[in-house]
Design a protein around this ligand. Sequence first.
Ligand SMILES: Nc1ncnc2c1ncn2[C@@H]1O[C@H](COP(=O)(O)OP(=O)(O)OP(=O)(O)O)[C@@H](O)[C@H]1O
Ligand SMILES: [Mg+2]
Length: 416
Amino acid sequence: MEENARYAVGVDIGTNTVRAVMGKFGKDGSVSVVGYGEAPSEGIRRGRVKELSTPPKAIDACLKAVEAMSGINVNSATVGINGSHIGSTKIDGMIAVGVADHEIDADDLRRIEETAIAGKIPANRETLALVPYEYILDGQGGIREPLGMHGARLEIRANVISALTPDCDNMRKIFENDVAQVGVHFLEPTVTAAARSILTSRQMENGVGVVDMGGSTTGVAIYDEGELQFVGVVPIGSNDVTNDLATVLKTVPEVAEEIKVRFATGRFGETDKDIVIKRGRDEYKFSRKEVDEVVEARLEEIFEGVRKMLKAAGYDKRLPEGLVLVGGGSKLRDIDKYASEQVELAVRLGKPEGILGVSEEVMKPEYAAAVGLMMIDATDEMETISGDSEKKSKKTKKSKDASGESWLQRILKNFK
Ligand SMILES: Nc1ncnc2c1ncn2[C@@H]1O[C@H](COP(=O)(O)OP(=O)(O)OP(=O)(O)O)[C@@H](O)[C@H]1O
Ligand SMILES: [Mg+2]
């Protein structure tokens, strides 16, 4: 291992596939991927852990591939959490900080976060992040960074990202056991992790949404004025398109998947040529019209779900940078054109970029979350990965550190 090298690991537990990426962070700010791996996922339903016994095997297989490629042992990682229970809640709060010339310090920021959160997040939910939009000091609003400023009365407006506590506990359990043997450093919603690897700070400033369309979930994250404004997950994904095709066309899922990947598009009614698939000596013929109808019905349901979230967040038809699609489901031909019509916004396809090393392999839309998790893993004090089998203490709540920076500000400063 290179002396003083900093390594970080992200693991995305998808419903279809577990993916892990290890990055090496140079002193010059460069990021290179030194290992990656994937394994078929088991025991996950609609993004959530449905049993504790099988996922550790997939995690172990995936991380063994990463370790073999990089030559470095993995003892801890930042891990994605997914499912329709993930949500964001707007909060506000106020504290008196003392006499008029009191200088706002890290303790004041911690105290106002605690005060603002108190009683607003149900007891069965874990706070994953607190994202401040604005501080108001003695009535003066629009402050992003109050640390060091003087005042007597401090107010905050913020967004709290939370998930059901049992889901968070289950996610830790599938890593922190005798089979996988990995400590969970941070838990991060997979869609905000994906956003981390594909969005620029300009897009986040102007207003942009990320849609991570996986096998059985479609995550939505909205950024504006540089901050995360909303996160939600629609519990439907691209596997539902495959399953519908199998049911309606009365064929097996493997053939339905081939129809979807090779022939389905987001431009319906363009051709009426029959679809022919050969398997060994068998030949299957399907009506293009029927395939179009099935695919369109599911995509409509998915993007109606996305649109509902845009509306709930107050961003319907109101995102200057539009939506960026990632995840395996975004590889369906012309899905961006279909989505754009449905949500009435500009839509483009995204994938992680600007990373060195064995990176072409991870510069794919389905790796966006794992790459983002790896980057987030590098934002706290680094852990020694190689050789050291002792697990460090876990930390999942990302709010402000002693310097008063939000986790997002910290990430941007470190890696932009
Ligand atoms: N070329 C392609 N064309 C269309 N669909 C594709 C293509 N490649 C993969 N997919 C679809 O992408 C889906 C898997 O995406 P992904 O690997 O992002 O899911 P996941 O992360 O495991 O699931 P989730 O995020 O829902 O838990 C599958 O439904 C698969 O059929
Ligand atoms: Mg996924």
